[in-house]
Design a protein around this ligand. Structure first.
Ligand SMILES: [Zn+2]
Ligand SMILES: [Zn+2]
Length: 354
């Protein structure tokens, strides 16, 4: 078993490395941010930059400076599989993890100009800064003499392996494979047959590649008795233009508590398209199991219930999935998550701000 801690500069591509290790090399994933979100939620607070920071400081003061990564290491070890911890930011954390064994630290880095371009393209509000401000901010974050405070530069200097990510994604994947082949015992490289859940979820991800709305490229596979009945991915109704061609079609939703969220309404959801495929082909869905990317939305959940689907397996939690979870429970539809975390998708921030 190998536990890899990830550190690195902003925009270097830590997320891309993590994605490859999770999806292609089957590493379990543990994130400091998700851990903090969970803790903030348990304390009945709203998760934002301030509450996340104050809860992190509180936990470290109450227990130990490395408390959060210690907890994640414990969970990773319990998972029994190779695992990633993202992201490591303090020297004290690296030292604590090193003592536990089976641990290695990877640093991800790239040329500053390249990283600046990447975060600019990513386009979240906090990233709209000019190049000089980006460099100034970074200078402040990179260095810190307190071993328990964020010091990316020192962490990166302690790394067992450094991935330079200045080229394309294929080159990065190749470098990851090279490092793994050096550090992973040979027997773990041998072919492992996927479980049924892994098999159908992998198909779900392949189907999702055909999706045409980047607000969430989701896929869906409906199966019965371990056989595939139908598939679907998110996209416009047949013969209508796609989001990828003409842009999204946003509508605002006013919620009970007065908050407003923005959704793209151009598309038929992956679950709905799978159900439509069943309707066109005359396939009964009674007693079937539905695999999907994240907790189905309210409308999809209602359709799923009324199609007689008995079980839903979602890869991740949807941040606003509570209502669907409640409906499934009342209707007796079993809901299972592969990863018990909320999926962060492109432009999610936009929703809250509007
Ligand atoms: Zn769209
Ligand atoms: Zn839906």
């Amino acid at each position: 078993m190998l536990i890899i801690g990830i550190t690195g500069t902003l925009g270097a591509g830590k997320g891309t490395v993590v994605e490859y290790l999770r999806n292609k090399r089957r590493f379990a994933y543990f994130s400091v941010r998700d851990f903090l979100r969970e803790e903030v939620h348990q304390r009945g607070l709203e998760a934002n930059r301030d509450t996340l920071t104050s809860v992190a400081n509180d936990l470290r003061a109450q227990h130990s400076p490395s408390y959060i990564v210690d907890e994640l290491y414990r969970r990773a070890a319990q998972s029994g599989s190779n695992a990633i911890i993202e992201s490591i930011r303090a020297v004290g954390e690296v030292e604590a993890l090193r003592k536990k064994g089976g641990f290695m630290l990877w640093a991800v880095d790239a040329d500053a100009k390249t990283r600046y371009e990447r975060i600019r393209l990513r386009g979240s509000e906090t990233d709209h800064i000019d190049y000089d401000t980006f460099l100034d901010n970074e200078k402040r974050e990179l260095d810190n003499t307190d071993p328990n405070k964020q010091n990316l530069k020192a962490c990166m200097a302690m790394a067992d392996a450094t991935l330079r990510n200045d080229g394309n994604i294929e080159e990065l994947h190749k470098k990851i494979d090279e490092i793994l082949s050096r550090f992973m015992p040979q027997e773990e490289e041998e072919h492992r047959r996927p479980s049924w859940d892994e098999y159908f979820m992998d198909l779900c991800h392949s189907v999702a590649l055909r999706a045409t709305c980047n607000r969430g490229r989701s896929g869906c596979v409906i199966v019965k008795d371990k056989q595939i009945l139908v598939t679907g991915y998110v996209g416009s109704p047949s013969h209508l233009p796609h989001c990828d061609e003409v842009g999204h079609l946003f509508r605002k939703t006013l919620h009970e508590d007065g908050s407003v969220s923005t959704h793209c309404v151009r598309t038929v959801h992956a679950e709905q398209n799978a159900i439509c495929q069943a309707a066109r082909r005359g396939v009964a869905l009674e007693g079937s199991t539905l695999y999907c990317t994240m907790t189905p939305c309210r409308t999809c959940a209602m359709l799923i219930i009324n199609c007689g689907i008995r079980k839903v397996v979602a890869d991740y939690k949807y941040h606003a999935g509570a209502e669907s979870e409640e409906m499934f429970e009342k209707a007796g539809v079993e809901l299972q998550y592969i990863h018990n975390e909320v999926l962060q998708y492109n432009n999610q921030k936009q929703e809250k701000s509007e």
